[in-house]
Write a protein that binds this ligand. Structure first.
Ligand SMILES: Nc1ncnc2c1ncn2[C@@H]1O[C@H](COP(=O)(O)OP(=O)(O)O)[C@@H](O)[C@H]1O
Ligand SMILES: [Mg+2]
Length: 441
């Protein structure tokens, strides 16, 4: 018996002092029975021993508790150290994520924003502390029906990386997002690419104007030949007073044929310039014919044989002006590559590519070919080997326009002296998804 305090009181004192709180306590009591035992354990004892007991029994219990206590403190120490390491790592990651120039968002599988760095919050026009804890759909209600919202859902459902770039109307910016799916949720990296887009658009507009200029020159040249022929024929018909009505008839007939050709060119070029900002159901073979007819005399002058292999293919929903420019650029490059004459193959076939149905267009020449060191740069803006005459924008435009239709363009080329030439292969999916044209100021 202790004066002024009983066993329960002592346990309470030991447990309430942080310095002694973890010391194991064995309660020694004369009260036997399950009830007394659980009362003691509830009070905070680690063990309960009923008198009488042998010294050996007591020592064995004390030994066991000391061992357990040591083990527990060792474990706690290790856990504490691990937690420190983890906290340090986390704060390091946070520091990295805060310092990168890209926006970063981590969203849990319940769509809650677990983390968003200042850049991502800034792009969205918020403070990061106002967004953490909200769901993506609650924080950005407009997101649901955008390319981005769909990509987030697809990433969660499929577990595949999604990369999307589109105009995000709520904040009037072009955004690029890389979305990675993890078992815990989504890691989203966001970049504001409005400035790059604006520059690209300016470059495209400039190149469109330049292409129009080049085409106008080609057409003037194209029309000039038949018009000169008509003038000569009319002159002949007028001055040959003694000529027979049959030969005059023949002059006029030839003149008529030449004028038909002029009017054909005029009609085709009108096709080039018809409203080009609205996607229409287009017959690709017609576009190819039109482009070839515009280049007819350049092809003939360069002694280039044209081989057309057009399979029947379905109509394609596309921007006519853009496709015209794509094929014009490719054909004009092919003509430039066949200075000594050659063969131009234009092929059109229905095809499945990457499990998507679509149309494949091949434009192949047996011209000089492209050096392997140049091949990597082909689609970069301003890459040209045509000193003082090339702009280096042709193939860049081709890539922009084809990708705008959800398609792909690839190139094969050889400079082998026996088998040289270049083949451009374009794939346009049947379900072209033409990015809506958004213009930034
Ligand atoms: N069919 C081709 N055969 C050989 N070289 C080509 C062909 N098409 C493109 N090239 C090469 O790619 C370069 C870039 O082409 P492009 O972007 O159309 O610009 P440009 O025609 O103004 O030079 C050309 O300068 C040329 O070196
Ligand atoms: Mg070119």
């Amino acid at each position: 018996m202790m004066p002024g305090i009983d066993g329960f009181g002592i346990i309470k004192e030991i447990r309430s002092n942080p310095a002694t709180a973890t010391i194991p306590v064995i309660l020694l009591s004369a009260r036997a029975g399950e009830e007394a035992r659980s009362e003691g354990m509830e009070a905070g004892a680690d063990d309960y021993l009923v008198k009488p007991f042998t010294a050996r029994e007591l020592m064995a219990r004390i030994g066991a508790h000391i061992k357990m206590h040591k083990l527990r403190s060792q474990l706690m120490k290790e856990e504490h150290e691990l937690r420190l390491v983890a906290e340090k790592a986390e704060s390091k990651y946070r520091m990295i994520l805060d310092s990168i120039s890209e926006g970063f968002i981590f969203v849990g599988r319940d769509w809650r924003i677990n983390y968003i760095n200042d850049q991502a919050a800034f792009i969205a026009g918020f403070q990061s502390r106002d967004l953490i804890g909200k769901t993506m759909w609650g924080a950005f209600p407009e997101l649901k029906h955008t390319v981005f919202g769909r990509a987030y859902r697809k990433a969660i459902e499929s577990g595949e990386v999604q990369r999307v770039e589109d105009f995000y109307a709520p904040i009037n910016r072009w955004l690029h997002a890389n979305i990675y799916s993890t078992p815990e949720g989504l890691s989203i990296f966001i970049q504001d690419v409005s400035e790059q887009r604006r520059q690209q658009e300016q470059l495209l507009t400039t190149e469109k104007l330049a292409a129009t200029g080049r085409l106008a020159a080609t057409i003037a040249h194209e029309i000039n030949n038949p018009l000169e022929a008509v003038l000569n024929l009319l002159y002949l018909a007028r001055i040959s007073r003694s000529a027979s009505p049959e030969s005059i008839h023949q002059y006029l007939l030839t003149a008529e044929q030449e004028l038909t050709r002029v009017s054909q060119i005029a009609r085709h070029t009108l096709g080039f310039y018809r409203d080009t900002s609205v996607p229409l159901d287009i017959e690709l073979s017609r576009i190819l014919e039109e482009v070839l007819s515009v280049y007819r005399s350049r092809l003939a002058a360069a002694r280039i044989e044209v081989v057309k292999k057009f399979d029947p293919v379905p109509l394609i929903h596309a921007l006519r002006g853009e496709l015209n420019q794509v094929f014009s650029n490719l054909i004009s490059n092919a003509i430039d590559a066949m200075r000594e004459g050659g063969r131009l193959v234009v092929q059109l076939s229905a095809l499945e590519h990457d499990r998507r149905n679509g149309i494949e267009v091949i434009i192949e020449d047996n011209g000089c070919g492209i050096d392997s060191i140049h091949r990597k740069k082909l689609f970069e803006p301003f890459f040209t080997t045509k000193v003082s005459v090339g702009t280096g924008l042709g193939l860049w435009v081709v890539k922009q326009f084809i990708e705008n239709h959800g398609g792909t363009v690839s190139v094969w080329s050889s400079v082998d002296s026996l088998d040289h030439g270049t083949r451009f292969t374009i794939f346009l999916p049947s379900d072209t998804m033409i990015a809506t044209k958004q213009h930034l100021m």
